[in-house]
Design a protein around this ligand. Structure first.
Ligand code: DON
Length: 309
């Protein structure tokens, strides 16, 4: 087995050269401006090593990767009551699909599709103004990454709000079933802003450490969530973290992952490391094309899989 430094450098060199990079998301106009040639990757091991390659220190829009952090925060607030409003099944549909909501009475399939994450935002709004809820989410991410330079890109949030017709449709539809406590506009304000958090691969891998270490920050030993919750979050990432591409990601990569339409993926190797990769071009399911390939190669090189004996 190669050293992790060598494996990351090899994967980054190969990905930087490739021309089949997928297409950058343009439905959020601000994301359409990102250079598709960027590629970064970071690994933070449970024993404290930080290994970087490519554009690993350049911030990008984490988009749906943020849903792992908002889910963690919301479960901390309301516990398992959350599951009365959001399911735990893969949707088999695109991340912004509305079709299942009618059959399933406004209860989204899981917390990672847009509808589910909007309900999670609604939960985080309880007792707060949107700006307070947004601040709480940002501070939580900064705390997890041990980095208070992480910011929200207001231009990305505004760009998504200006064009977010589908998300408005999802929120209004769920409101009609009584599954939003606040006005759709307010829940969406929280949602658009947490999706617009900008982080580098280094920062994202740092923020994911607690999931690779049974719920504890490996640097401080402090508990972020219970071991059971960390395991269950990993299970949801594996089954739902890549939308209708979740089965394929599990098949090819074999570890839990959460993608974002900005081209980032957070990957968790339980007991070993937290990984982040960024390549802005997306595949047909809206997941980072080269990011998925990079994680597949890295996992194979390092013999990482949650199914490894
Ligand atoms: O709501 C949206 O469409 C975006 N803010 C997030 C979608 C996303 O990241 C899907 N991921 N691959």
């Amino acid at each position: 087995m190669p050293e992790l430094e060598q494996a990351l450098a090899e994967v980054a060199a190969e990905m930087t050269e490739r021309s089949d990079r997928g297409d950058v998301a343009t439905y959020i106009p601000q994301l359409g401006k990102v250079d598709p040639k960027k590629f970064g990757i970071a690994a933070v091991t449970n024993d404290g090593r930080i290994i970087l390659a490519g554009d690993a220190d350049q911030p990008f829009s984490i988009q749906s990767v943020s849903k792992v952090f908002t889910l963690t925060l919301a479960l901390g607030k309301v516990g398992d009551a959350l599951w009365q409003r959001v399911g735990r099944e893969p949707s088999g549909n695109p991340f912004n699909s509305i079709v299942q909501l009618e059959h399933e009475s406004g209860i989204p399939r899981n917390p990672f599709i847009n509808a589910g994450a909007i309900v999670v935002s609604d939960i985080l709004l309880a007792g707060h103004q949107p700006r307070e809820a947004i601040g709480e989410i940002l501070r939580f991410v900064q705390f997890l990454a041990d980095d208070n330079t992480i910011i929200i890109d207001r231009e990305v949030a505004a760009s998504e709000r200006a064009t977010g017709y589908r998300n408005f449709a999802l929120a209004n539809y769920m409101k009609s079933f009584g599954n939003l406590d606040h006005e759709p506009e307010l829940a969406l304000g929280v949602y658009f802003h947490h999706c617009a958090i900008a982080m580098s691969c280094r920062q994202l891998a740092m923020a994911g450490r607690f999931l690779a270490n049974g719920g504890r920050n490996p640097a401080t030993g402090l508990s972020v969530v219970s071991t059971e919750r960390a395991r269950r979050t990993g299970a949801l990432m594996l089954t739902c973290g890549h939308y209708d591409g979740s089965g394929d990601f599990a098949f090819r990569v074999g570890i839990p992952g959460k993608s974002g339409v900005g081209g980032g993926i957070l990957g968790i190797v339980p007991g070993v490391a937290s990984l982040a990769v960024w390549s802005p071009g997306l595949n047909e399911n809206g997941n980072s094309k080269l990011g998925s390939i990079a994680l597949e190669k890295l996992a194979r090189m390092m013999n990482w899989s949650i199914f490894a004996p």
